[in-house]
Design a protein around this ligand. Structure first.
Ligand SMILES: [Zn+2]
Length: 462
C-alpha cells in the first residue's frame, strides 16, 4: 500500500446461540420452530420475583471456546445488567457480562498466518423475537402490528469480539467462516446464519496508509448473510472514503445496509456504554471456574481447523485446503482417502456433494474407483446419505462409464458386425445407433450410451 491510499479497518462481534438443552437462566427447553410462546416460564417472561439460575453447560461451552481461541479464562467472571427498553426484552435489561467476561484477550490465526486479536468472549442471554406483520417488507417500518415470540428469549448467546485487525472484506469473511467452523467443531453451536443461530455486528472504519489510530467507525448490526457482510463492508469503505475526501466529519453511528441499493444509511447514533448503565447483576453470584474444570475442558479442545489447513495445503494447495475445511467437507474427503481414494481427487469429489453416512465410505470409494459417470456418482452419493449402500449391487445397476472397461466390448461388437461398420464408414451414420444398441445389449444395459457413442465414433474413425 502506498502513501495516501485508503485501507479498510474491520472488527467483528460474532453472536452464536449455544446448543444447550435449556435456556441460559431457566429450565425452558430451547426450541427452534416450535409454536410461538410455548417455551416460556416466569423467569424468561420476567415475572416479578422470579430468579435466574445460570446454565452450567453454557458456561462450560464458553470456556471451551475461550480455550480454543487462546483466551485467558477469568478466575472470576461477573454477570451484569445491560439496561435498555425493547418490547422483546420484558425485564428491561439483558443479563450479559461487561467488566469481567469469562474469556479475556486471545487470538485467532488465519491460514495466511495473519493473527486476529480476540478482545473478549462472553456469555449473555438473547432477547425474544419480534415479528413485524402486515407490511410488505417484514420490517418494523410499514408494519401494521408487531408480535413477540418469547421462545427465543433467554437463549444462551456467546459473543466473540475481535480486535479491529481485519483489513479487507475478504479477510473478514475468511475469519468469519473459520470461526464458524471452529465453533461447529467444538460442538457448542450449529452456528447457522440461515437459522439465526449465528449473527454478526460489523464495525467498519477507514484510514490512510501509515496512519496511526482509528477514525470513527460505522456499526452494522445483526448481519445474517455472509454475502451481505462482504458487500456491506465494501459499501461502507466506498461511502466513508468519499465522505473523508469531501472533508466531511464522520461520527460513530449504527448503520443499516440495504442490499437493493448497495448503500448504508444511518440507523441511529451509537449509544455509549454509559447509556446502558451496566451494573453487576445482584441476583447472581460471580462465576469462579475451578482450575480442574478449565483443565478438563482444555483436554477437550480438538485440533483447530487452521492447523489442519496447514497440513492439507501441501497436497491440495492453500485455497483448496481452506475451502475444504471451512465448508466442513473435510471429513468426507478424509473418509474417502482412508479407503484408498487419492486425497486430491477425494477432496474434489467431497466438495460438491452432501454429507453421506460414514459407514458408506468404503462402498463410495469402490464406486469412485469404477470411474462411473458423474450422474451415476451423484446418484450413489445421494443414496449414501439415506442408508447403507452396497457397491457391487450399485455398480451392477448403474451405467458403466469407464472407457477401459468398455473398450473390449466395443471391439468385440465392431468385429462381429463388419457389414454395418462398412456401411457407417461409407457415410450412413444412422447405423451408429444399431452398434450402440449392440454394446448396450452385450453390457446388459450397464454401459453409459453417451460414452459408448463417443468411443464407437473414435474407433470407427481409425
Ligand atoms: Zn423460561
Amino acid at each position: 500500500m502506498s502513501a495516501g491510499e485508503w485501507e479498510v479497518v474491520v472488527g467483528l462481534e460474532v453472536h452464536a446461540h449455544l446448543k444447550t438443552r435449556t435456556k441460559m437462566f431457566c429450565r425452558c427447553e430451547l426450541s427452534y420452530g416450535a409454536p410461538e410462546n410455548t417455551h416460556t416460564c416466569p423467569v424468561c417472561l420476567a415475572h416479578p420475583g422470579a430468579l435466574p439460575v445460570p446454565n452450567a453447560r453454557a458456561i462450560e461451552m464458553t470456556i471451551l471456546l475461550g480455550l480454543a481461541l487462546d483466551c485467558e479464562i477469568a478466575g472470576r467472571a461477573v454477570f451484569a445488567r445491560k439496561n435498555y427498553f425493547y418490547p422483546d426484552l420484558p425485564k428491561g435489561y439483558q443479563i450479559s457480562q461487561y467488566e469481567a467476561p469469562l474469556c479475556g484477550p486471545g487470538r485467532f490465526e488465519l491460514p495466511d498466518g495473519h493473527e486476529i486479536g480476540i478482545v473478549r468472549a462472553h456469555l449473555e442471554e438473547d432477547a425474544a423475537k419480534t415479528v413485524h406483520a402486515g407490511g410488505a417488507t417484514g420490517r418494523s417500518v410499514g408494519a401494521e402490528y408487531s408480535l413477540v415470540d418469547f421462545n427465543r428469549g433467554g437463549t444462551p448467546l456467546l459473543e466473540i469480539v475481535s480486535a479491529p485487525d481485519l483489513r479487507s472484506a475478504e479477510e473478514a469473511m475468511s475469519y468469519l467462516r473459520l470461526l464458524r467452523q471452529t465453533i461447529r467443531e467444538l460442538g457448542i453451536s450449529d452456528a447457522d446464519m440461515e437459522k439465526g443461530t449465528l449473527r454478526a455486528d460489523v464495525n467498519v472504519s477507514v484510514r490512510q496508509a501509515g496512519e496511526e489510530g482509528f477514525r470513527p467507525r460505522w456499526e452494522i448490526k445483526n448481519m445474517n448473510s455472509f454475502r451481505f457482510i462482504g458487500r456491506a463492508i465494501e459499501a461502507a469503505f466506498r461511502q466513508q472514503v468519499t465522505a473523508h475526501e469531501a472533508g466531511e466529519d464522520l461520527v460513530q453511528s449504527t448503520y443499516d445496509y440495504d442490499p437493493d441499493t448497495d448503500r448504508l444509511t444511518v440507523h441511529r447514533s451509537k449509544e455509549e456504554a454509559d447509556d446502558y448503565r451496566y451494573f453487576p447483576e445482584p441476583d447472581l453470584v460471580p462465576v469462579e471456574p475451578p482450575a480442574e474444570l478449565v483443565d478438563r475442558l482444555r483436554g477437550q479442545v480438538p485440533e483447530l481447523p487452521v492447523v489442519r489447513i496447514e497440513q492439507l495445503a501441501g497436497e491440495l494447495g492453500l485455497a483448496s485446503a481452506v475451502e475444504l475445511v471451512a465448508t466442513g467437507n473435510e471429513w468426507k474427503a478424509q473418509a474417502l482417502a482412508a479407503e484408498g481414494v487419492e486425497l486430491k481427487a477425494a477432496a474434489a469429489i467431497a466438495m460438491n456433494r452432501d454429507d453421506f453416512l460414514p459407514e458408506n465410505a468404503g462402498a463410495l470409494a469402490q464406486i469412485v474407483h469404477a470411474n462411473v459417470t458423474r450422474e451415476a456418482l451423484d446418484e450413489a452419493f445421494a443414496a449414501a446419505a439415506e442408508g447403507p449402500i452396497d457397491a457391487e449391487d450399485y455398480l451392477g445397476r448403474t451405467a458403466l462409464g469407464d472407457e477401459d472397461a468398455l473398450a473390449p466390448v466395443i471391439d468385440a461388437v465392431i468385429a462381429a458386425h463388419p457389414d454395418q461398420v462398412e456401411t457407417y464408414r461409407g457415410g450412413k451414420e444412422g447405423v451408429l445407433g444399431f452398434l450402440v444398441g449392440q454394446v448396450m445389449r452385450v453390457s446388459q444395459g450397464k454401459a453409459d450410451p453417451k460414452v459408448v457413442t463417443q468411443l464407437l465414433r473414435e474407433k470407427l474413425r481409425s
